[in-house]
Design a protein. Structure first.
Length: 196
């Protein structure tokens, strides 16, 4: 089982309206620092992204932010990080975050978070990587997504073994433990000839 040294956290550039979710962002940041795990994230100083980065840095941890230069005026890059990596595009951002991380956590977020989560999970499904991926399902935020995934399995559009690529918990420490104990499964070929 590979060692996890840095975790990429996908989350919103908005703080949202739910204080429980904001508290979870701070708690996850504090936990990462306490466990000696580096944070890799989108580099913003605002929203849930800013909260988790502030918590990591305040607790003496390390945080690497990756942000496209064209977002400097909207996401406002965090200037108090261990390292801020400016990139030219969203594609470069996602690739760099992937390269820097040993595991991934999606906190509550919107389209951007969902897109990042879907891409890194698709890459795992295709065998491009075997890094663990988790959902921090604070306040049941991801319950509808988990139900949809179960529905996709029931409809024969998603394999059960690929559904299990996503581990989920509603509490940061339990999720971190699940990521550390994740054992990648050898999955069969994605499409069998008789299915075409």
């Amino acid at each position: 089982m590979p060692t996890i040294e840095r975790i990429c956290v996908y989350c919103a550039s908005s703080p949202g309206t739910n204080p429980t979710i904001r508290s979870a962002a701070r708690a996850l940041g504090e936990l990462l620092a306490a466990e000696g795990l580096g944070l890799v994230y989108g580099g913003s100083s605002v929203g849930l992204m800013g909260l988790i980065a502030d918590a990591v840095m305040a607790a003496g941890g390390t945080a690497v932010g990756v942000i496209p230069t064209r977002l400097f005026s909207t996401e406002i890059p965090h200037r108090g990080l261990t390292e801020l990596v400016p990139v030219g595009s969203m594609h470069e951002r996602k690739t760099k975050m992937f390269e820097l991380a040993d595991a991934f956590i999606a906190m509550p977020g919107g389209f951007g978070t969902l897109e990042e989560l879907a891409e890194v999970t698709t890459w795992a499904q295709l065998g491009i990587h075997q890094k663990p991926i988790g959902l921090l399902n604070v306040a049941g935020y991801y319950d509808p997504l988990l139900a949809w995934l179960d529905h996709a399995v029931a409809e024969g559009l998603l394999r059960g073994e690929n559904r299990s690529l996503l581990v989920h918990h509603d509490e940061p420490a339990a999720l971190l433990q699940a990521l550390r104990s994740y054992v990648p499964k050898v999955r069969p070929k994605w499409i069998e000839l008789e299915q075409t």
